[in-house]
Write a new protein. Structure first.
Lengths: 371, 203
């Protein structure tokens, strides 16, 4: 309290908490009253500071201790709500659907539309339901359509090198050549997509009411117009799924899926359910294709075995000079690569002008053996 | 009022703040009880809607707790709280006037009237008169000057803290204070000592 002896300005007093409490609350802890009377000049200074402080008083809100106590209780309730809300943004969707998940294979993104068990009580189509046909009609800028009427998956290679493994009873529409800043394809049924990376040209899969966006990765899509929901499953990388603008103008919620996460879109009420444990989901587990179970991580593996894995995954036939390549072993990681990329990597690794040629489901490797 | 003030003084803001950051609910509650009334008073000076002001103050505390991990260590708690309340009321004000583009807290003005309290009854008539006159002068000051004076002398903030709160630089903040006091000095003809004293403070 010795500092006050040096006070020469009214401001010094005004901002002194102890002084304030003396003037405003009449709490004279530091003996201001006595101190003031020690000097006449000081008394004048103090008096002026006092007047100014009194003149500057503001009305008290008259909150009683119980008012403040109640306000504190209200605040704790608000805190609880806010924390709940924040958590729900992070994982509420996850919680409800924790039971769906299956032990993931490689890192690949899959989205699909399935739910066979809902097949019988199929919902009556509403105006909000978008079918493949409507999507195509919306975007009829010279699309190529491929339909798989066989009982085996078919491989489609797109102009950017991306590959799509199209399941039976499924259709894919895509431009012969991707132009512009986006790559858009339209799916009905199920397909497994492996997208060549190109951050400047994001890849969009339109499947019924949802749109899935990836920059480059591999994934499977399965979307049937006669089933009540749409599912997306991610193996590697990151995909964003949102509802198509055609159905949801207000609901522009975007769901981000990470590897081994899935999403089920209920067509009847346009709701998204995120599934974070795919191992628990019977439907998803059952629908896993070859390609998701196969590992494309090869460590000193004979080339013949690598080709065999690719054949199983994409249901293609690979013709290669067996004798010339019989002693060739490779260590390589082909996960998350489109079919053509996989073939390119394998050919480059073998070396010696090894090349491949693709013709529908037929792949022919030309090689003079490995180094 | 007395008991509250005394009790409050025994706790150190910085300690409470740091405990709060570590998740100590008790410290949070103490700070809340310590400053709630003051913040509501201040908030009421910025918004005529008393109900919403209490909401805003509670929201400020809610955010402090919810986002306590992101709080800074070295904070002058009172200045931080006052500033947060001001910003939140400004935001509220903005939402109510969506056609107004202003995003700064300039959009709100200090409505509070300084008031002369009943306790002056104890004082002699001349003193009372002086206080009433000073009070009138203070209330005639522009809102920003008034707010600066309030923050400086009623809330005890430093000029730097006031500058931060009002979103102006240091010089502008001290100008606000200076001009406020200058006006008082000019008008306050009846008291010579105050003129001298005020001239001292403003140099």
């Amino acid at each position: 309290m010795q500092k006050r002896n040096k006070y020469t300005e009214i401001e010094d007093f005004l901002s002194d908490e102890s002084f304030q409490s003396w003037i405003l609350f009449k709490i004279d802890e530091d003996g201001w009253e006595e101190w003031t009377l020690e000097s006449r000049q000081r008394a004048k200074l103090v008096e002026d500071a006092r007047l100014l402080l009194l003149a500057m008083k503001v009305p008290d809100s008259n909150l009683s201790p119980s008012d403040i106590h109640n306000a504190l209780q209200t605040t704790w309730i608000k805190i609880e709500e806010k924390e709940k809300h924040i958590n729900s943004i992070h994982d509420s969707k996850v919680k409800t659907l924790r039971k769906y998940f299956f032990s993931g294979a490689a890192a690949i993104l899959v989205f699909g539309i399935l739910s066979v068990w809902f097949y019988q009580n199929q919902i009556s189509p509403k105006s909000t339901v978008i079918t493949y046909k409507e999507l195509i009609d919306e975007n009829s800028e010279g699309l190529v359509e491929q339909t798989n009427n066989s009982d085996k998956p078919q491989i489609i290679t797109l102009s950017d090198g991306s590959s799509v493994l199209l399941q039976p009873n499924s259709k894919l529409s895509y431009p012969k050549i991707f132009t512009g800043n986006e790559r858009k394809v339209y799916l009905s049924g199920e397909g497994f997509f492996e997208i060549s990376k190109n951050p400047k040209k994001p890849f969009f899969v339109y499947a019924n009411e949802i749109v899935t966006k990836v920059v480059g990765t591999s994934f499977r899509v399965k979307a049937y117009s006669d089933q009540p929901d749409v599912e997306v499953l991610v193996r590697t990388g990151k995909v964003r799924v949102k509802s198509n603008d055609l159905v949801a103008k207000s609901n522009q919620e975007e769901v981000v899926l990470l590897p081994n996460q899935a999403l089920r879109f209920l067509r009847s009420d346009l709701s998204f359910n995120k599934i974070t444990n795919i191992t628990q989901d019977v439907t998803l587990t059952r629908s896993v294709g070859n390609i998701e179970q196969l590992s494309f991580e090869f460590t000193d593996i004979p080339v013949s075995q690598i080709f065999q894995t690719i054949e199983q995954a994409y249901l293609v036939d690979i013709d290669y000079p067996k004798n010339k390549l019989k002693d060739c072993h490779l260590t390589t990681s082909l996960s998350d690569q489109p079919l053509t990329e996989k073939l390119k990597i394998v050919c480059n690794s073998i070396g010696n002008n090894t090349s491949f040629e693709m013709n529908g489901n037929q792949i022919i490797i030309t090689s003079e053996g490995c180094n | 009022m007395k008991t509250k003030f005394l009790q409050v003084k025994t706790f150190n803001d910085v300690t409470l703040w740091n405990n709060l950051k570590d998740g100590d609910e008790k410290s949070f509650s103490i700070l809340f009880e310590k400053y709630y009334g003051d913040l509501v008073n201040y908030g009421n000076s910025l918004s005529p809607y008393a109900e919403k002001v209490q909401d805003c103050v509670q929201d400020v505390f809610t955010d402090i707790w919810v986002y306590r991990n992101g709080l800074q260590n070295s904070v002058v708690v009172k200045a931080y709280l006052l500033s947060s309340v001001r910003k939140r009321i400004a935001r509220l004000h903005e939402r109510d006037h969506i056609f107004r583009k202003a995003t700064s807290t300039d959009a709100i003005s200090f409505l509070l009237e300084f008031s002369v309290e009943n306790e002056l009854i104890d004082d002699d008539y001349a003193t009372k008169e002086k206080v009433v006159y000073l009070n009138k002068l203070l209330n005639e000051l522009p809102a920003r000057q008034k707010e600066a004076l309030y923050l400086r002398y009623h809330q005890g903030l430093t000029v730097e803290q006031i500058a931060d709160m009002l979103e102006v630089n240091y010089q502008s903040a001290s100008n606000l204070l200076y001009r406020g006091l200058l006006t008082l000095r000019k008008e306050w003809k009846g008291n010579l000592s105050l003129i001298i004293l005020l001239s001292l403070t403003t140099c």
